[in-house]
Write a new protein. Structure first.
Length: 99
Protein backbone atom coordinates (compact mmCIF):
# COMPACT_ATOMS: atom_id res chain seq x y z
CA UNK A 1 0.00 0.00 0.00
CA UNK A 2 1.40 3.39 -1.00
CA UNK A 3 1.18 6.28 1.42
CA UNK A 4 0.87 9.79 0.08
CA UNK A 5 2.34 12.41 2.31
CA UNK A 6 0.96 15.89 1.87
CA UNK A 7 3.32 18.60 2.98
CA UNK A 8 1.85 22.02 3.41
CA UNK A 9 4.00 24.92 2.44
CA UNK A 10 4.63 27.19 5.40
CA UNK A 11 2.38 30.21 5.43
CA UNK A 12 3.74 33.69 4.85
CA UNK A 13 1.91 36.09 7.13
CA UNK A 14 1.17 39.72 6.31
CA UNK A 15 -0.44 42.61 8.19
CA UNK A 16 -3.97 43.32 6.94
CA UNK A 17 -3.35 47.07 7.24
CA UNK A 18 -1.03 48.69 4.73
CA UNK A 19 2.31 48.90 6.52
CA UNK A 20 5.73 48.05 5.12
CA UNK A 21 7.73 48.43 8.35
CA UNK A 22 6.78 48.73 12.02
CA UNK A 23 9.19 50.80 14.12
CA UNK A 24 9.46 52.35 17.57
CA UNK A 25 7.93 55.54 16.18
CA UNK A 26 5.33 53.96 13.85
CA UNK A 27 3.73 50.74 15.12
CA UNK A 28 0.46 49.36 16.44
CA UNK A 29 -0.24 47.39 19.61
CA UNK A 30 -2.41 44.85 17.75
CA UNK A 31 -2.51 44.19 14.01
CA UNK A 32 -4.88 41.84 12.14
CA UNK A 33 -2.96 39.14 10.27
CA UNK A 34 -3.66 37.30 7.00
CA UNK A 35 -1.65 35.03 4.71
CA UNK A 36 -0.26 35.93 1.30
CA UNK A 37 -2.48 33.22 -0.21
CA UNK A 38 -5.66 34.76 1.29
CA UNK A 39 -4.87 38.43 2.05
CA UNK A 40 -8.55 39.38 2.42
CA UNK A 41 -9.18 36.78 5.17
CA UNK A 42 -8.02 37.62 8.71
CA UNK A 43 -6.54 34.51 10.36
CA UNK A 44 -5.20 35.99 13.58
CA UNK A 45 -3.47 38.96 15.12
CA UNK A 46 0.00 40.21 15.88
CA UNK A 47 0.61 41.65 19.33
CA UNK A 48 3.48 44.03 19.91
CA UNK A 49 5.67 42.81 22.75
CA UNK A 50 8.44 45.39 22.60
CA UNK A 51 11.10 46.94 20.41
CA UNK A 52 14.55 45.99 19.14
CA UNK A 53 15.92 49.27 20.57
CA UNK A 54 14.96 52.77 21.68
CA UNK A 55 15.61 54.81 18.53
CA UNK A 56 12.72 55.95 16.31
CA UNK A 57 13.73 53.57 13.50
CA UNK A 58 14.26 50.46 15.67
CA UNK A 59 11.86 47.68 14.80
CA UNK A 60 8.74 46.75 16.74
CA UNK A 61 8.67 43.09 17.89
CA UNK A 62 5.50 41.00 17.60
CA UNK A 63 4.08 37.63 18.62
CA UNK A 64 1.73 36.04 16.09
CA UNK A 65 -1.49 34.47 17.36
CA UNK A 66 -3.04 32.45 14.54
CA UNK A 67 -6.40 30.68 14.35
CA UNK A 68 -5.73 27.64 12.13
CA UNK A 69 -9.40 27.14 11.27
CA UNK A 70 -12.97 28.03 12.16
CA UNK A 71 -13.80 26.85 15.68
CA UNK A 72 -10.19 25.91 16.48
CA UNK A 73 -8.26 27.51 19.34
CA UNK A 74 -5.72 30.24 18.69
CA UNK A 75 -2.10 29.13 18.45
CA UNK A 76 0.84 31.36 19.30
CA UNK A 77 3.59 30.76 16.76
CA UNK A 78 7.06 30.20 18.18
CA UNK A 79 9.51 33.02 17.72
CA UNK A 80 9.38 36.77 17.60
CA UNK A 81 8.44 38.59 14.40
CA UNK A 82 9.03 41.96 12.79
CA UNK A 83 7.31 43.66 9.87
CA UNK A 84 9.72 44.30 7.03
CA UNK A 85 8.76 44.91 3.39
CA UNK A 86 5.10 44.33 4.25
CA UNK A 87 5.67 40.79 5.57
CA UNK A 88 6.05 39.28 9.02
CA UNK A 89 9.59 37.91 9.26
CA UNK A 90 11.21 35.92 12.05
CA UNK A 91 13.34 38.41 13.95
CA UNK A 92 16.25 36.00 14.55
CA UNK A 93 16.38 35.03 10.86
CA UNK A 94 16.21 38.69 9.82
CA UNK A 95 18.91 39.69 12.29
CA UNK A 96 21.51 37.16 10.97
CA UNK A 97 22.48 39.03 7.75
CA UNK A 98 22.33 42.37 9.62
CA UNK A 99 25.22 41.41 11.93
Amino acid sequence: MKEHVLLERPHIYIPVIAITRATFKHSWNKIPVATTTAPERVCGEARRIGYAGKCDNDLALYRLKIRPGHGLPTVTLPGIYIIENGLFQDYEDWKQPQE
